[in-house]
Design a protein. Structure first.
Length: 390
């Protein structure tokens, strides 16, 4: 597919402008990281307890934060977790500092929320109950115990109630018992539920716990994985082309990773384990784009031996421009849709890819190629009469 004919744009002639832009992005990202005291690490790397809580009404964020802090819990982040209109869901990230261990931190959080949203002590909270607890409660109901429903039937009915509660459109929080009608639940169970349970004002959707030691190990492994990928790429390109080509390509990819991390700091986004996967994907994507240009440089170099390197690089970039625009454009549309429609769980992963695709395509032209040109000019200046270093 040909988007446009062969172009003749002087990319290398504008290299100072784009190198300046790269430096600006790198400095802005580094300044943001320094001001904020480092990158904002997710629970995967720093350790802690991450709890997703869904509420019936809009939660009072400041009130919840104050109550948790009053219980001695260090709240790292407490922010809305929107996966749809009127979801009323919060993501609560607790730093497990001092003597607080993972299990006690989790239990303290649940007890604190129950203090803010009191229920009915003599009944079971249906929005936070499991199927076994619900089945046990129903079996003790006098009406059900004297009915035709047996042990297994009550167990199956309790399991079905929890399935309906956790599936769409309830998504873990029942606001009305009537929403259980027509779900294949025996009428006797439906009649007994209001007597044995109540519908709490919140629901614990999920809890993730990572110890500090595990977080540090994951952090070290993530850095090693990224450096290993860059080292492997350097060896491969140095073997396939020349060592300076490998240095230029790795420098461009490193530029992409640093700029992407800078954007994470500028937009105050957490670095999670999925972000590492996105960065490694970015390394491969950006490197592939750079190799396509370098391969065309090598081919043109054999055909036009007298052409200067700047002209040769410009011609190669222009010849591969249509392919770059088509590939990067389609990839960008895909990851942008993932960012918009993929939900909060994939938001950090897709954000890294959105930034990475743009920066990776940019760096293949305006970072890797200028490094090659700079190296040749520096080598030519050193070889020329009077060009020796003093």
């Amino acid at each position: 597919m040909q988007l446009f004919g062969e172009t003749n744009i002087d990319f290398l002639g504008r290299r100072k402008i784009f190198v300046g832009l790269s430096l600006l992005l790198l400095v802005a990202g580094a300044a943001s990281i320094a001001i904020k005291g480092g990158l904002k690490l997710g629970i995967d790397f720093k350790g802690g307890t991450l709890v997703y809580v869904k509420f019936k009404q809009e939660p009072a964020v400041d009130r919840i934060r104050e109550a948790l802090t009053g219980q001695g819990l260090n709240v790292a982040t407490l922010q809305p977790f929107d996966e749809g209109p009127d979801s009323h869901e919060l993501k609560i990230d607790l730093d497990l500092a001092g003597e607080i261990v993972e299990t006690s931190g989790k239990q303290q959080l649940i007890e604190t929320l129950r203090g803010l949203y009191p229920g009915q002590p003599d009944k079971l909270d249906l929005n936070n109950a499991g199927d076994e607890a619900l089945a046990d409660r129903l079996r003790r109901n006098q009406t059900l115990s004297s009915s035709d429903l047996g042990y297994d039937e009550i167990t199956a009915a309790a399991t079905r109630v929890i399935e309906v509660r956790d599936s769409a459109p309830n998504l873990g929080l029942l606001t009305d018992y009537a929403k259980l009608n027509g779900a294949g639940i025996p009428q006797g169970v439906l009649d007994a539920l209001p007597d044995e349970t109540y519908l709490g004002d919140f629901s614990i959707r999920g809890i993730e716990v990572v110890g500090p030691r595990v977080g540090k190990e994951l952090q070290g492994q993530a850095i090693k994985a990224t450096l290993a990928a860059l080292g492997g790429m350097l060896v491969y390109i140095a073997f396939r082309f020349e060592w300076i080509y490998g240095v230029a390509a790795v420098a461009a990819v490193l530029h992409d990773v640093l700029v992407t991390l800078g954007f994470f700091s500028l937009f105050d986004r957490e670095i999670e384990l999925t972000v590492v996967a996105a960065l490694l994907t970015l390394v491969g994507y950006s490197m592939n784009d750079t190799i396509v240009i370098f391969d065309r440089v090598r081919e043109n170099k054999k055909l036009t031996r007298r052409m200067g390197l700047e002209e040769l690089l410009n011609r190669s970039v222009n010849q591969t421009l249509a392919r770059t625009v088509l590939t990067s454009g389609l990839t960008f549309i895909a990851v942008l849709c993932l960012f918009i429609l993929g939900g909060e769980v994939l938001r950090s992963f897709s954000f890294a890819l959105v930034v990475g695709v743009l920066v990776g395509s940019y760096s293949s032209i305006f970072v890797a190629s200028p490094i090659l040109l700079w190296w040749q000019n520096a080598r030519s200046a050193g070889a020329a009469p009077g060009g020796r270093k003093r």
